[in-house]
Design a protein around this ligand. Structure first.
Ligand SMILES: [Fe+2]
Length: 202
């Protein structure tokens, strides 16, 4: 009789995992002006999607500054998944689509910035959110990420808009969306240390 009541915990852990995955998916989906998840993505182009992800990451950094304990850890896991996924999407789809002789330098610089970001992220992944070194490293990550986002917004995205027709940008957005859905089946933050050993090059 008791045996029925003491079924060990795969149910619990899978439901926690499902909750986390769902929270991460919510954050990673591009956001509309009202800050709510926009699930009608068919008309969204690649740049709009990437900008939505930037905004979601900025919000997570803000929320992390106020959070404590389990909430802080959960928000960091979500941030780490968001950044890992964002870099993968750009490296697999966006940079190859805009790469030519003119854009080579900009893309190389972006890849270098991704690498720097991944190094700090990998260090943070070895710490608990309550670790005394965590906040200082998180501040370094935020600085690097914000500088990178600013460059993308001011330089890379305008180049892409000049280079690619709107229908190409929309098709690229759809490809990116399909990859995002695939990546978010798992926990992409754990790919970061692996990628550092074997950095992808478009
Ligand atoms: Fe990027």
């Amino acid at each position: 009789m008791f045996a029925d009541l003491t079924v060990p915990g795969p149910h619990t852990s899978s439901s926690v995992q499902a909750q986390k995955a769902s929270a991460a998916r919510k954050t990673l989906m591009p956001l509309g002006d009202a800050g709510t998840a926009d699930l009608t993505l068919s008309g969204m182009n690649a740049i709009e999607m990437l900008e939505g992800q930037h905004a979601a990451v900025e919000r997570l950094f803000d929320e992390l500054e106020e959070a404590k304990g389990d909430e802080k850890q959960a928000l960091f896991d979500e941030l780490a998944d968001s950044l890992a996924m964002h870099a993968m999407i750009e490296e697999r789809h966006f940079y190859p689509a805009i790469r030519d002789d003119e854009t080579d330098d900009v893309i190389e610089r972006s890849l270098h910035e991704h690498l720097e970001m991944k190094r700090v992220l990998a260090e943070l992944l070895t710490l608990e959110a309550e670790d005394e070194r965590f906040d200082a490293k998180l501040a370094v990550l935020r600085e690097e990420v914000e500088k990178h986002f600013e460059e993308e917004r001011d330089e890379t995205f305008p180049i892409a808009e000049d280079l690619l027709e709107e229908d190409h940008l929309e098709a690229l957005g759809q490809e990116m969306l399909a990859t995002m859905a695939e990546i978010m089946q798992g926990e992409p933050r754990y790919e970061v240390p692996v990628e550092l050993e074997h950095p992808e090059r478009p």
